[in-house]
Design a protein around this ligand. Structure first.
Ligand code: WTA
Length: 674
């Protein structure tokens, strides 16, 4: 994060008066989830002081249980044991599909907006149930049962939603892999989750181009001998797709055999619902595990209270099911409330910059949820496209994934919301399952650029990282942590609870550590400043520096490397790699340097995905290190940002002379002066 800029933003915002939800918001939907700030305060207090009572009632209000729970909250962060709704039994798919297929079968559940504008498909709750049962029938016939892991490598199509729900129906644990990931990343995730079955498609369509989904999967599976079956949805129907006999089957052919009802499997509230891999600052990606009861409640409650989603609403979350936003706010949240969700296959720029607005107008979307990176791009492209469309059905505008600059917030409010919408900057993480800090519609006044106040049950604290002490009161800064568990919190890292403890619960014993820096202003509002570790956030995609580093290191010419994120106007952060070569002369002339950079970038694209490829690669003689041999990424980050004078103390460095070399290399190769 660009700290100076953020300090400035926070400083400027200090004088901002909180803005109430516009009155037009309730002219569009008179039913109020919450009446005012006092409502929020009263409920928040109860959620913290009497979580058993508060969440017990909420769990009954929002979810259908096969068996009632005996205990609401159990365990503690100190012990590393977190349980919610013990003894309770339910099925997530039943809660998201069957109950509405019973009460409102003809109501639209899923609206598919394909990459090609002409292609649109709608599924009612009844049709969704039918499709989910068919797929569950195939999976069950393949022996998939409760607790088995199923990998889903599908782009944003209704099949991704159907796949997740079919797994949930059988009690199988789904592990979605972002469709933008390439071979190495796919393999690693399938391998780690011990998935025996993979659900995918032949090819994808994105931004007018074809993506080679099955081809990439095939390559990844060369090193996953345990995968027994692959179900391939024919999205383009390309006959050239390579199918492995005895392992690969076409979705459309197989489901024909199972046209009947498949009952949902009753799950314990604490049974895992899904695994989602996310990046940390060290090691391989972590398979974050979310459990059925608590996760679903968090998804449903935040979708209702933060966004004010009602059953008649149409939510357009422009995220991807490969990330947590897609899980919670494209699938589980809206469907658990019986609302409709728009699944968009394409990009905001195809066929032109008006695509999002066209989708909103056409479908009369009431809610729009997107990452600031897309807003920055759309703002830059001007207003011509926006003014062509009627966006008056919108009631809530959400932002997620990275800090939203106040100017972007204002633009969103004015140009898209016409000052008639609730604008919610939502702060949360893969690990939190649902919103941690966000303004509740109609109750919490907003401030442009602030995530505002914590959600129910989230006992947020700011800790001074140097002393480890809780910063009481307002006007404080530090790292953000949470004092007690909340229902949708991740329970563990798949087959490695130790990693879970080390990453989240050990840094500040008794607290959940978010990894983010934050400030609390004089109104008690939270301002998120970004990661305090080495996680990089590019266009709202959370990347691990260590994953990129190890891919670069696999190149024979590289002896050592360090990856950092620096501030970028368009993508929020950009990936920069500092690379040390085994033979420093390889890069002596411009042409070979160019070729080497291309080669290294290509390695990352092919292994992890295009979005992870370094924007710049700087060849260095040496990397700055501590006496114990640890690479000091902080120094590289500062120099690449042109802030070498802010490096501070270098007394822990074993090779302080490297700083000057680094400054020179950055200036020569990257054009940044220090
Ligand atoms: C960052 C995405 C500022 C933060 C839902 C967090 C944000 C990481 C915001 C999680 C926000 C997310 N303001 N920063 N509103 N939302 N972040 O797991 O650094 O992909 O730790 O989950 O994104 O990214 P993840």
């Amino acid at each position: 994060m660009d700290e100076q800029k953020l300090h400035q933003i926070v400083h400027e915002a200090d004088n901002v008066v909180p803005r109430p939800t516009p009155k037009e918001f309730y002219e569009k939907q008179p039913r109020k989830s919450l009446q005012n700030l006092d409502d929020y305060k009263r409920m928040y207090k109860e959620s913290i002081e009497q979580p058993e009572k508060f969440f017990g009632e909420m769990a009954h209000r929002f979810l259908s249980w096969d068996r009632d729970f005996d205990h609401v909250k159990w365990g503690s962060l100190k012990e590393g044991v977190i349980s919610w709704f013990l003894g309770g039994k339910l099925n997530a798919c039943y809660n998201c599909v069957d109950r509405f297929a019973l009460s409102t079968p003809d109501k639209t559940a899923v609206i598919f907006e394909a990459d090609d504008e002409g292609e649109c498909r709608k599924l009612s709750y009844q049709q969704l149930l039918f499709e989910v049962c068919k797929l569950a029938g195939v999976l069950r016939s393949w022996g998939v049962k409760k607790g088995d892991r199923v990998a889903i490598y599908l782009p944003m199509t209704p099949e991704a939603v159907i796949a997740m729900l079919a797994c949930a129906r059988l009690g199988a644990v789904h592990s979605c892999i972002f469709a933008g990931f390439s071979t190495g990343a796919i393999r690693e995730r399938i391998f780690d989750a011990d998935a025996k079955v993979v659900l995918t498609c032949d090819e994808g369509k994105r931004g007018g181009r074809i993506t080679h989904t099955k081809e990439l999967l095939n390559k990844a599976l060369e090193n996953c001998p345990d995968v027994e079956k692959v179900l391939v949805y024919k999205r383009t129907g390309n006959p050239e797709i390579e199918m492995v006999e005895g392992r690969d089957y076409f979705w459309q052919d197989e489901v024909r055999e199972y046209p009947g009802y498949i009952p949902p499997v009753s799950m314990d509230a604490e049974d895992p619902l899904f695994i989602l891999y996310t990046s940390g600052s060290t090691g391989t990606p972590k398979g974050v595990v979310h459990c059925t009861g608590g996760y679903l409640l968090g998804a449903a409650m935040t979708t209702r209270y933060v966004f004010d989603v009602q059953p008649e609403d149409i939510l357009f979350t422009a995220g991807d099911v490969g990330w947590i936003t897609g899980h919670t706010y494209s699938v589980y949240g809206p469907l658990a409330l019986g609302a409709a969700t728009i699944i968009f296959e394409g990009t905001p720029a195809y066929p032109n910059m008006g695509r999002f607005w066209k989708i909103i107008e056409k479908n009369k979307a009431t809610h729009f949820y997107v990452a600031p990176t897309a807003l920055r791009m759309l703002k830059k492209s001007g207003e011509a496209e926006i003014s062509k469309y009627d966006l008056s059905t919108l009631r809530t505008l959400g932002s997620v994934g990275e800090p939203i600059a106040p100017q972007i917030w204002e633009w969103y409010d004015e140009k898209i919301g016409h000052h008639c919408c609730h604008v919610a900057d939502t702060y949360w993480q893969t690990e939190s399952g649902s919103h941690l800090i966000a303004p509740l519609a109609g109750a919490v006044p907003t401030k442009p650029g602030a995530a505002t106040l914590p959600f129910f049950g989230v006992d947020a604290v700011i800790i001074d990282p140097t002393s480890g002490k809780i910063q009481e009161g307002n006007d404080v800064e530090g790292v953000l942590a949470v004092r007690s568990s909340w229902p949708s919190m991740a329970r563990t890292v798949y087959h490695c609870h130790q990693r879970f403890l080390n990453a989240y619960l050990r840094p500040y014993p008794g607290y959940y550590f978010t990894g983010d820096g934050a400030g609390r202003d004089h109104d008690g509002y939270y301002w998120i400043k970004g990661r305090v570790d080495d996680v990089v956030n590019v266009s709202g995609h959370r990347l691990s520096t260590s994953e990129i580093e190890s891919v670069l290191l696999a190149n024979k010419k590289v002896s050592e490397d360090a990856v950092v994120g620096i501030s970028d106007d368009l993508t929020g952060q950009a990936v920069i790699a500092a690379v040390q070569l085994k033979d420093p002369h390889i890069a002596d002339d411009e042409d070979s340097l160019l070729a080497l950079r291309k080669e290294l970038r290509m390695t990352v694209r092919k292994s992890i995905g295009p979005f992870a490829a370094p924007k710049s690669i700087i060849i260095v003689h040496d990397l700055p290190k501590t006496r114990s041999g640890k690479i000091m990424r902080r120094i590289i980050r500062k120099v690449c940002s042109g802030e070498a004078n802010g490096i501070g103390d270098t007394s822990t460095m074993i090779n302080p002379e490297v700083v000057d070399h680094l400054i020179k290399a950055v200036e020569q190769q990257f054009g940044v002066k220090n």
